[in-house]
Design a protein around this ligand. Structure first.
Ligand code: PAF
Length: 296
């Protein structure tokens, strides 16, 4: 879509990052860029930005002339017992990071802008949103699909960028865009990890030091499990062993470890073809998820 900006990660002292809070201001800015023939990339987030989000911004800059980041902690994707109230809200620091990474616009709407009184529509994606996180977080993917549909229709970007860390979410969003004919390319970006393998997540701040030491075992077990399956070990037996090893490592509860088709997320018995391993496990009150490719 463009030649890629060479200076995407360079600091941008003094550069302004405009923040808009209404759909009409967002659309006015996008209209202006379009009138000049510029392409637009969208990076939807819930804020509490870390290097994983900034990798999305950089991926967007490599493909599009202009990059919009959005920050909206979406109440519709949190269950009644989940952490909507406690979810970190750090807009000023987030804006600094986006500015330093030369983001062109921040769209940070309030709840009323996204869900005005009388709002009554939800987007439900069958199949790919069922099971895995969808099975354990009822309604979560309806909330994600609804808000992402709105953000895509509000900004009408050429491409939108999502982390592979939320792999099921990525597949749900691809399905939404395809099924609703939203003219956007959905781009998945590789998971960014700490040096010890822990996938970056805004929720990692909930981990106490002891939990933080245990947390990388989730990725470690997925790597070992993928290798065992690729070597031909029975996937069901290997998954059972990985679950036990996660508990031995200190996880309080393993929600799921599953081998799935990488696109449809349908269960896969054994990886005679490319597949995806996905897992969710709890450390105290913190739920961690991760995933890894197998084969292919
Ligand atoms: O991955 C997230 O941060 C959120 O689920 C998203 C895609 C911004 C929708 O609220």
């Amino acid at each position: 879509m463009n030649g890629g900006r060479q200076d995407a990660a360079a600091p941008a002292e003094g550069r302004l990052l405009e923040t808009v809070r209404t759909v009409s201001s967002l659309r006015a800015q996008v209209r202006d860029w379009r009138s000049r023939g510029e392409t637009v990339g969208l990076v939807p987030t819930m804020g509490a930005l870390h290097d994983g989000h900034l990798a999305l911004v950089q991926a967007a800059q490599a493909r599009c002339d202009r990059v919009i980041a959005t920050i909206f902690v979406n109440p519709a994707q949190f269950g009644p017992t989940e952490d909507f109230g406690a979810y970190p809200r750090t807009e000023a620091e987030d804006a600094d990071k986006l500015r330093a990474h030369r983001t062109d616009l921040l769209f940070a709407p309030g709840v009323e802008e996204i869900y005005p009184g009388g709002f009554a529509t939800a987007v439900h994606v069958a199949g790919v949103s069922e099971g895995l996180c969808g099975g354990h977080r009822p309604g979560h993917f309806d909330g994600v699909a609804t808000v992402v549909s709105k953000l895509l229709l509000q900004a009408l970007p050429d491409a939108a960028f999502f982390g592979e860390k939320d792999y099921q979410q990525l597949q749900v969003i691809k399905r939404v865009a395809a099924d609703l004919d939203i003219p956007v390319e959905i781009v998945g970006v590789l998971t960014v990890r700490e040096a010890d393998g822990l996938a970056l997540s805004s929720r990692n701040v909930y981990l106490d030091p002891a939990q933080r030491r245990i947390a990388p075992a989730l990725y470690g077990e997925l790597v070992a499990l993928a290798a065992a399956i690729e070597l031909g070990e029975n996937a069901t037996l290997a998954i059972g062993r990985a679950r036990r090893r996660l508990v031995d490592a200190g996880f309080d509860r393993v929600e799921y470890v599953e081998l799935r088709d990488p696109d449809s997320l349908a269960p896969v018995g054994d990886a005679g073809r490319p597949a995806r391993l996905l897992a969710a496990a709890w450390l105290g009150r913190t739920r961690l998820i991760d995933n890894i490719a197998v084969g292919g």
